[in-house]
Design a protein around this ligand. Structure first.
Ligand SMILES: Nc1ncnc2c1ncn2[C@@H]1O[C@H](COP(=O)(O)OP(=O)(O)O)[C@@H](O)[C@H]1O
Ligand SMILES: [Mg+2]
Length: 267
């Protein structure tokens, strides 16, 4: 059975895209067929994988509008075992256009249905807002990962995010749950970062991932080369941290670790 994880936080710059991209590449390379859905009009996940968003003929927009079957919108094998439902600026209009559409909150869920079983995991990278695109992601997902930057005011907006998740769970998608809270951009030299982690741990005592992502310039550089951190600097601290997170996600999802990896290596 496939699992659908959404990376959500209405704050921008907290590490949603970085995590979506590196987690997807990790899962795929560990033998779990993965689909990354970019549902942000900024299309940062799309370009982070080296895909030129200006040259895309079909995107997640066409799948949401329902004009085209999702089979025609996917980019297959952007990495071994990883497909991408890409985005571009076209999607900016969707937020407004979809307002009057039928079942407007379920457009993504319906679009994904015909292909979902091809994958072990589907990862959705949300835009920095709680608008209709994020609602579509949360109505399609089973699990939410909330990345939080280890900075001043980290908790700001979190109550609103949790309330939105609860509302969507009650009204649209009962199985939805906060799967994990990920602390990102941690700088061990500052006392503030340590305090923020403690504060967030009090807020989400059971949900926080053991893995904490360090602040490192390597993670900011990799997307400009169209590379995941494992490709750009595989021996870096950042690559180790994202591999550790990936392992934790595989454990929490109870994915069949060895079987997948053997299958990936055997063909
Ligand atoms: N751990 C990190 N250390 C340093 N820079 C990071 C880290 N994670 C992300 N970045 C950079 O910070 C910016 C915002 O991250 P991003 O993942 O795009 O956030 P979001 O998708 O939540 O807006 C990007 O330029 C990204 O490359
Ligand atoms: Mg982003």
């Amino acid at each position: 059975m496939h699992r659908i994880l959404a990376l959500a936080n209405q704050k921008g710059g907290v590490g949603k895209t970085t995590t979506a991209v590196n987690l997807s590449v990790f899962l795929a390379s560990s033998g779990h067929r993965t689909l990354l859905v970019d549902i942000d009009p900024q299309a940062n996940a799309t370009s982070s994988l080296g895909v030129d968003k200006l040259r895309l003929e079909r995107t997640v927009y066409d799948a949401l509008a329902g004009d085209l079957s999702i089979h025609h919108c996917l980019l297959r094998e952007v990495r071994p075992g990883l497909d991408l439902l890409p985005s571009n600026g076209m999607l900016a209009g969707a937020e407004v256009e979809l307002v009057s559409a039928a079942r407007r909150e379920f457009r993504l869920r319906s679009a994904l249905e015909p292909i979902a079983d091809e994958y072990a995991v589907i990862v959705i990278d949300c835009p920095p807002s709680l608008g209709l695109l994020t609602v579509n992601a949360l109505a399609a997902a089973r699990e939410v990962i909330i990345p939080i930057q280890c900075e001043y005011l980290a908790l700001e907006g979190l109550v609103q995010l949790v309330n939105t998740i609860d509302l969507i769970k009650r009204r649209l998608n009962p199985p939805l749950d906060v799967f994990g809270v990920l602390m990102t951009m941690f700088d061990a030299r500052t006392r503030l970062a340590v305090q923020v982690v403690e504060e967030v741990r009090r807020f989400f005592p059971r949900r926080m991932f053991r893995t904490i992502i360090p602040r490192t310039v390597r993670l900011a550089e990799a997307p400009s080369y169209g590379k995941a951190i494992f490709e750009y600097d595989p021996s870096s601290r950042a690559a180790r941290a994202y591999a550790e997170l990936g392992t934790e996600v595989v454990e929490r999802l109870n994915l069949p670790t060895t079987a997948g990896a053997v299958a990936a290596g055997s063909d």
